[in-house]
Design a protein around this ligand. Structure first.
Ligand code: ZN
Length: 101
């Protein structure tokens, strides 16, 4: 699955995101800034499903902690469509039950 590393022009923080190819840069998760740029020398890399699962879980938990259940569901759905992993699918299914969607 494609994973991109971005750097925020506002707070200089870097973060990784899973994106579809035609998607634009996401806002910075640290400060909400929207001037993030894809890091040079960090092209899309394909990581293994078991490595991805931990990142996905972490991200979903972050959304849930912030009370963003809908975002968590959306992210998990997207992740499970990109990563062939039963664990990710379970996470997505659980979120759907939790959110009632
Ligand atoms: Zn930032």
């Amino acid at each position: 699955m494609p994973l991109y590393e971005y750097e925020c022009a506002v707070c200089s923080g870097s973060f990784e995101v899973i994106l579809d190819l035609d998607e634009t840069a996401p806002p910075c998760p640290n400060c909400g800034g929207d001037e993030c740029r894809k890091l040079i020398g960090a092209p899309a890399v394909h990581i293994k499903a078991d490595q991805a699962t931990g990142r996905i879980e972490k991200r979903v938990k972050g959304y849930l902690r912030a009370g963003k259940v809908k975002d968590a569901v959306r992210f998990a759905d997207k992740a499970s469509s990109m990563v062939k992993s039963d664990k990710v699918k379970q996470i997505a299914d659980k979120l759907h039950q939790k959110s009632g969607e």
